[in-house]
Design a protein around this ligand. Structure first.
Ligand SMILES: Cc1cc2nc3c(=O)[nH]c(=O)nc-3n(C[C@H](O)[C@H](O)[C@H](O)COP(=O)(O)O)c2cc1C
Length: 218
């Protein structure tokens, strides 16, 4: 199984969040092949809302590193989003990536995939808000959420066992194609909403509409 770890800390190897996420990776076990991507190493500009990715799927006119990364996300069975808590949100670099993936939301491109979240912060008090946002992002793209782990940076190691266990669960979820019925119901509800939007916008979002047709969702 392929797992993609997207690290959104600007501190690369010094990142506390990455240290926690590496415990999740360790928990995955030998059946997983994990790749780590540091957003800090990539050039990804802000979405300009030109809608080109909806008209012609995935073909963004901004020439930067986003498309290869979105392709890596599509090729993965599981995605770990690891981010420090920045004012109770993901970091700006991660938000920019998520904005650039809005075609994934329209076409539920993460269906069948699993997601988990890893957060660290200075206080360790409000990280649930960040994990909730990561879970929300996965859901609107069609991914099921295996769970999240968070820790105060000054007591990071106390969360290592939980992170290790999350990795084990993540690998099991992917390996057994676990179904979370409540999550799947919400994903279906989101699809029903977008079915209406696709019908309304079919003259404009041509390739996305064609994608929905090939999936048999219309
Ligand atoms: C711009 C910025 C905003 C931050 N906002 C918060 C915050 O709202 N709450 C908090 O507890 N820590 C906050 N922190 C602290 C970081 O979340 C914390 O140091 C984290 O462990 C850094 O992770 P990293 O080592 O992976 O980069 C913030 C740090 C920065 C640089």
């Amino acid at each position: 199984m392929k797992v993609l770890l997207i690290s959104a800390s600007p501190r690369r190897a010094k990142s506390q969040t990455l240290a926690l996420a590496q415990q999740v990776v360790q928990g995955l076990g030998p059946s997983a092949r994990a790749e780590i991507v540091h957003l800090r190493d990539l050039k990804i500009d802000c979405c300009t809302h030109c809608e080109a990715c909806h008209v012609a799927s995935m073909r963004c006119p901004i020439k930067d590193d986003v498309t290869p990364l979105l392709e890596k996300m599509l090729a993965a069975d599981g995605i770990i989003l690891a981010t420090p808590n920045y004012i109770n949100q993901v970091t700006g670099s991660l938000k920019v990536l998520l904005d650039r993936s809005s075609h994934f939301i329209h076409c539920k491109r993460l269906l069948g995939k699993y997601l988990c979240g890893v957060v660290s912060s200075g206080s360790g008090t409000q990280d649930g808000l960040v994990l909730d946002y990561i879970r929300y992002y996965g859901r609107v793209c069609g991914a099921q959420y295996s769970g999240g782990v968070s820790a105060c940076a000054y007591r990071l190691e106390a969360a290592f066992p939980e992170a290790l266990n999350l990795g084990r669960k993540f690998a099991r979820d992917i390996g057994t194609r676990r179904r979370y019925p409540a999550q799947l119901r919400l994903i279906e509800k989101g699809k029903a909403h977008f079915r209406t939007i696709m019908e309304m916008r079919k003259g404009h979002w041509k390739e996305e509409y064609a994608y929905w047709q090939t999936q048999g969702w219309l």
